[in-house]
Design a protein around this ligand. Structure first.
Ligand SMILES: [Zn+2]
Length: 64
């Protein structure tokens, strides 16, 4: 069996519909994303996931 080396997902809860990301260590250019009401948006640079979906946030154990 192949083992897949995958980093754990990182979700960030926000109450805004616009977020920006520069990476967890400010290691990529500043990019803006629109956060959908349901589900999440994934940063194309660093794979951080932003959500304002309270149900999803609860599911992922995020602090609201
Ligand atoms: Zn990012």
């Amino acid at each position: 069996m192949n083992s897949i080396n995958k980093q754990p997902e990182t979700f960030i809860y926000t109450d805004k519909d616009r977020v920006w990301c520069m990476g967890e260590d400010m290691d990529h250019p500043k990019v803006y994303y629109t956060v959908p009401e349901k589900g999440f948006v994934v940063c194309g640079y660093c794979d951080l996931k932003f959500t304002r979906d309270k149900d999803l946030a609860k599911e992922k154990g995020l602090k609201l």
